[in-house]
Write a protein that binds this ligand. Structure first.
Ligand SMILES: NC(=O)c1ccc[n+]([C@@H]2O[C@H](COP(=O)([O-])OP(=O)(O)OC[C@H]3O[C@@H](n4cnc5c(N)ncnc54)[C@H](O)[C@@H]3O)[C@@H](O)[C@H]2O)c1
Length: 447
């Protein structure tokens, strides 16, 4: 394939070296003339194991050309890969000026009458919506009715500096965002030699992936360091704790507790997070991440309440599916769903609740297991509210809903299940029927 790479930094130059070693012909472009001279001389301007050798081989085999100016050289290219920087702007957002410049340059350099479109793949990290609201309009402005002369793709880069060459050939995944979420034939051909799971998606999901990844990595580092500081101050071996922690691939280093949906609750998580926060503060560990967890959880409960009740008429009737803190348990201690129910009642909605695990006879009696008076109140009202209802399953969830006799149209708003990025949708259902309003399913979401 004939490829142009814009931006010869850590990402672009690594891609140039690796792609040429796979037999592709690469034209590397960078505004920094000094970098260009160094690369021409066979020296990588960045320190990356294995890269010098790849560049020298590519130059010797005539597969790599580098330049500070594009000229008319897009004509014979199949693919342009954009790897220019997106540094932090003063307000913390990405500075998108290099992306805008290079997009303008590519759009101006494309022959509008090309026989096949030039695929333009963006690898720079940028916020969701960048392709649709910044980049596509630049191409449309320049190409007008010939917009199909280019195929815009977002293809995030997952390499780590210092092992970038290895990561290039063995990435954790390949994500390809396109306008319609369908595979791009050219990107499939480009990645044909790489053994990694491939995800085809829309632009925004592809753009967001990198934020999810990098932020999670930052959370992991901060979390590990906070635990490490607390351990150190308490005379606990942080490395032993780490060894045991990461060996648990069932609950710790695993997909569990990672699915967006409901708030955390139950008898253990809130209590133990509070106690660790207390310990950390006692020993002055400055554990800001741990400190923030309860606040974040409260913010999520408020969000769920607003999400579930948005647009409802005052006093509307709501059916809440599940009251315990997760499915298949009757444990109401610190259940976020009790909070949700309470907020709904306090806001004047008429609430019906169905939870198949809650039976009146199973009320806890031990003092440490007794629900708070607020909880008890909500449960009593909930129990009263469920009298005489029949049942129906909610498709796609493990929840059960209570259904009254007359089936009328009901807005069903689920806050459980795999909600990542999709849960704003309200589905209309004729099968369930709290006669006035909304069904909020808030079951067992984070386990
Ligand atoms: N460094 C990483 O490990 C890594 C990993 C994944 C993603 N990313 C993302 O990839 C992008 C590039 O990162 P990087 O670390 O390679 O940046 P970098 O600063 O090392 O390289 C960017 C290059 O782009 C050049 N450039 C700027 N404007 C240009 C233009 N108009 N035309 C041609 N070249 C131009 C600069 O001179 C520079 O050499 C960023 O968005 C970054 O967030 C980086």
């Amino acid at each position: 394939m004939n490829i142009a790479i814009f931006g010869l930094g850590y990402v672009g130059l690594t891609a140039a070296g690796c792609l040429t070693s796979q037999g592709h012909h690469v034209l590397g472009l960078d505004v920094n003339e000094e970098k260009i001279s160094q690369i021409r001389a066979g020296h990588s301007p960045i320190s990356e194991p294995g890269l010098d050798a790849l560049l020298q081989q590519a130059l010797a085999q005539g597969r790599l050309d580098v330049s500070a100016s594009l000229g008319q050289r897009l004509a014979d290219r199949d693919l342009a890969i954009v790897c220019v920087g997106t540094p932090s702007a003063p307000d913390g957002a990405h500075d998108m000026s290099y992306i805008a410049q290079v997009s303008q340059e590519i759009a101006a350099g494309v022959d509008p009458g090309r026989a096949t479109p030039l695929t333009v793949a963006y690898r720079s990290t940028m916020r969701p919506g960048s392709i649709e609201t910044l980049i596509a309009p630049i191409f449309e402005a320049v190409l007008g009715g010939n917009r199909d002369a280019v195929e815009l793709v977002y293809n995030p880069e997952f390499l780590r500096e210092s092992v970038a060459v290895k990561d290039f050939f063995a990435p954790p995944k390949i994500v390809i965002g396109t306008r319609d979420g369908q595979p791009s034939a050219r990107m499939l051909a480009l990645n044909a030699g790489i053994n990694a799971p491939v995800y085809h998606t829309g632009y925004r999901e592809a753009e967001f992936t990198k934020f999810a990844d990098n932020t999670f990595h930052a959370v992991k580092v901060a979390f590990a360091n906070e635990l490490g500081r607390v351990c150190l101050k308490l005379g606990v071996s942080a490395s032993k704790v780490h060894e045991i922690f990461i060996a648990d691939t069932k609950l710790n280093i695993s997909p569990y507790y990672m699915r967006p949906g409901g708030a955390f609750g139950g008898s253990c998580l809130p209590k133990d997070v509070r106690a660790l926060r207390h310990m950390a503060s006692e020993v002055g560990a400055g554990a800001h991440l741990i400190d923030s967890l309860m606040k974040s959880n409260e913010a999520h409960k408020q969000y769920l309440f607003e999400y579930c009740t948005e647009g409802l008429a005052p006093g509307a009737s709501i059916l809440l599916l599940g009251l315990a803190f997760k499915a298949d348990t009757d444990d109401l201690r610190e259940s976020p769903n009790v909070d949700l129910a309470r907020r709904m009642l306090e806001a004047g909605f008429s609430l019906r609740i169905y939870d198949p695990s809650l039976k009146p006879a199973m009320r806890k009696t031990r003092s440490d297991e007794r629900p708070s008076s607020q909880t008890t109140g909500a449960v009593t009202r909930a129990r009263n509210a469920t009298g005489g209802a029949s049942r129906a399953a909610i498709p796609g969830t493990s929840s059960t809903v209570c259904v009254s006799e007359a089936a009328s149209r009901t807005t069903r708003r689920s806050v459980s299940g795999s909600n990542f990025g999709a849960s704003k949708t309200c589905r209309r259902s004729r099968t369930a029927a709290a006669s006035a309003g909304k069904i909020a399913s808030a079951r067992g979401v984070n386990t």
